[in-house]
Design a protein around this ligand. Structure first.
Ligand SMILES: [Zn+2]
Length: 248
């Protein structure tokens, strides 16, 4: 199915804002103004940006570090690889700042006789949701350096970079965060109880921030095959990488 880009006019500068089906929040590439597509209204919440620290040359350094590190990789990987694609993409995220308090009841069976345990887990999170529907992006490997975020500034987006729009509403982001946090609490509870009988989680959402963060999508060729590597653009940490099989 062909994806047809549609257009609305930026209510701030009048330039056309292109967006694709499924996109819900769009940012004008000429002035940085952000609009909710359905309503055409300005997006009135906080929109932040994490700065990218690399260019298309300096990104090679963390890539080579990744290739040279770790004993599972072929020894000549850095030397014999050719970087074919270095694409900088600003990915859209929702950062949900929320307090979550789970009250639970469970059964502790590890020692006989089994006993019933009750308790609470109470934590505060900056929970990260990738605002794109389809993606193999490893969101949970990605520790976004939130302390480095600045108000969104379109002038900081490099000409060669691409900015993706959100395909998720703020409300949907909150629902996903709630569900994932409760799952996370269930996971944490495995230390305390062997069977969860009841769990109820109360959430207090304090703030939801729309955020663009720089991620490099790298392709490299090694011995005639193409592999992928994903590197975050703040510290140059590899988030996910295909490793060619090594012949020891
Ligand atoms: Zn504009």
């Amino acid at each position: 199915m062909a994806t047809v880009a549609q257009e609305i006019k930026c209510s701030h500068c009048g330039a056309p804002i292109e967006f694709k089906p499924g996109e819900i929040v769009a940012t004008c590439k000429y002035c940085g103004f952000t609009t909710v597509i359905e309503t055409g209204q300005a997006y009135t919440f906080e929109h932040s940006l994490i700065l990218n620290k690399f260019d298309q040359k300096t990104i090679d350094e963390p890539i080579h570090d990744w290739m040279n590190g770790g004993f599972l990789k072929p020894g000549d990987l850095a030397k014999k690889s050719k970087l074919t694609d270095r694409d900088l993409i600003y990915l859209p995220f929702w950062v949900v700042n929320v307090e979550a308090k789970s009250t639970y009841k469970g059964i502790f069976e590890r020692i006989a006789p089994a006993i019933v345990k009750e308790g609470t887990i109470s934590k505060e999170y900056d929970w990260l949701d990738l605002a794109r529907a389809a993606s193999g992006f490893p969101t949970h490997e990605y520790m976004v350096p939130l302390e480095g975020k600045i108000p969104f500034d379109f002038r900081k987006i490099e000409g060669f970079a691409k900015l993706l729009n959100s395909e998720m509403t703020q409300d949907a982001a909150l629902e996903i965060a709630k569900q994932q946090i409760e799952d996370h609490h269930r996971f944490l509870l495995q230390q305390d109880v062997d069977k969860i009988v009841e769990i109820k989680t109360e959430f207090t959402a304090k703030q939801i921030v729309y955020l663009h963060a720089p991620v490099w999508f790298i392709k490299y060729e090694y011995k005639g095959k193409i592999y992928q590597l994903i590197v975050e653009g703040t510290g140059g940490t590899a988030l996910k990488g295909d490793i060619p099989p090594s012949r020891f």
